[in-house]
Ligand binder design. Sequence first.
Ligand code: 5MM
Length: 346
Amino acid sequence: MSNYAQELRATAQAMVAPGKGILAMDESNGTCNKRFDKLGIPTTEDRRRAYRELILTTPNLSEFISGAILYDETIRQSSQTGVPFTQIMQQAGIIIGIKVDGGAKDLAGCPGEKVTEGLDELGSRIAEYYKMGARFAKWRAVITIGEGIPSRTCIEANAHALARYAVLCQEGGLVPIVEPEVLIDGDHTIELCYEVTDQTLQAVFTQLRLHKVAFDQMILKPSMVIAGLNCSTPSTVDQVADQTIECLLNNVPASVPGVAFLSGGQTNEQSSAHLNTMNARYGDRLPWRVTFSYARAIQQSALEYWRGNDANTQAAQQLLYHRAKLNSAASVGKYSPDMEKTPVLV
Ligand code: 5MM
């Protein structure tokens, strides 16, 4: 048992406290720059810093956000006036999280598939992040649906790495967010997505058990069960909610404190509506809390408004706050599409 067991349990519970979710803002420089480029924002360290400052200083964000996942560059940065981001988060009551994976790389021998790297020296990186104030971590594995894939090899290799990462985190005092993402890209049906998600979660929990990961000291961050973006029969909100919950109930131990979904390329409205329907229909009958750990579905409208211009910061923060609020409502089954009206921006 980890020396940190009690602290890890308390942190995991706080991460999924009722009405709260986790903000993913751990885009690596490559991903962040790609998003900036699309909007004509200079891809400099200063603009990445300014954007992350905008997010972390959004007034009252902690009403809806329990913790935020940072990237290595971000956890070392400070506000324009020199206050470390870690201090800003601690003062705001937002738990510090950190992405510790090294990204999804081509999986040798398996064309078209990826395996997430980053286990080398992970123990010492975790120790450094803990000292910097981090209390949870994230590792994302990517499973692609396509012609003849995913292979067993890909699912098992990723599940194994997730388990090695998770147990190292628990030994070092960080709650592991275990993120196996089945990509939404492709023309696959919701039924195929169910099958692949089911196989992936089975493999992940088998490996977690084998590596002695404490289920009550982790958070699962899965994708929803949903038809591919190019499928000729798009899924309905009810289908997504019903099939996702069925798949989770069949695979996720009751001792896991929470499931916090990624948005994975769904629109803002879909991400909120799907989460809401799961909670409205099943919330009180589920063994774990069901909430969000979105990146794009919380940030995108704010980023588009900001566009790298500091004069737009305050209004962009209002947009970010608005999406966090709507997803908080969805996490307790109290969201409705009428709440989508854009707030009056100052
Ligand atoms: C923020 O994006 C994370 C991945 O970053 P890199 O690809 O740069 O490593 C990603 O893991 C994210 O945390 C989750 O996918 C949730 O984000 P979405 O946008 O799917 O909600």
